[in-house]
Design a protein around this ligand. Structure first.
Ligand code: TYC
Length: 103
């Protein structure tokens, strides 16, 4: 059956097979006020990253302005974004987190 049409390309998928779910990347945004150690703790707790990986992600965001923390299905991505924002609010930090569809 025909399942997709973009740029004049028709994709066929066998009956019984299902499309993979759309994926979303969760992106952390830099700011001038949120403490680095707070960002590292949040990334460890919310995204299950090791101290080393969380530190790498935090430093990339700090230097590049933003960074992908993980790629998830829509509901998981949305829940993690809300967790980050709630933890930031609760601790009165301006840390911002967004989700974007993966192209
Ligand atoms: N730029 C912050 C500082 O210098 C640290 C920081 C890193 C803040 C990552 C937010 O998503 C962020 N304290």
């Amino acid at each position: 059956i025909q399942v997709e049409r973009a740029h004049d390309t028709v994709t066929e998928r066998k009956p019984g097979k299902v499309a993979p779910p759309p994926m979303y990347q969760v992106v952390l945004l830099n700011d001038d006020y949120t403490p680095m150690d707070f960002v590292v703790i949040v990334v460890q707790h919310v995204f299950g990253k090791s101290l080393e990986e969380a530190s790498r992600i935090m430093l990339r965001v700090h230097h590049e302005g933003r960074g992908v923390v993980g790629v998830y299905t829509r509901d998981i991505a949305a829940t993690r974004v809300e967790s980050v924002i709630q933890l930031a609010r609760m601790n009165q930090h301006p840390l911002q987190c967004i989700m974007e569809p993966v192209p």
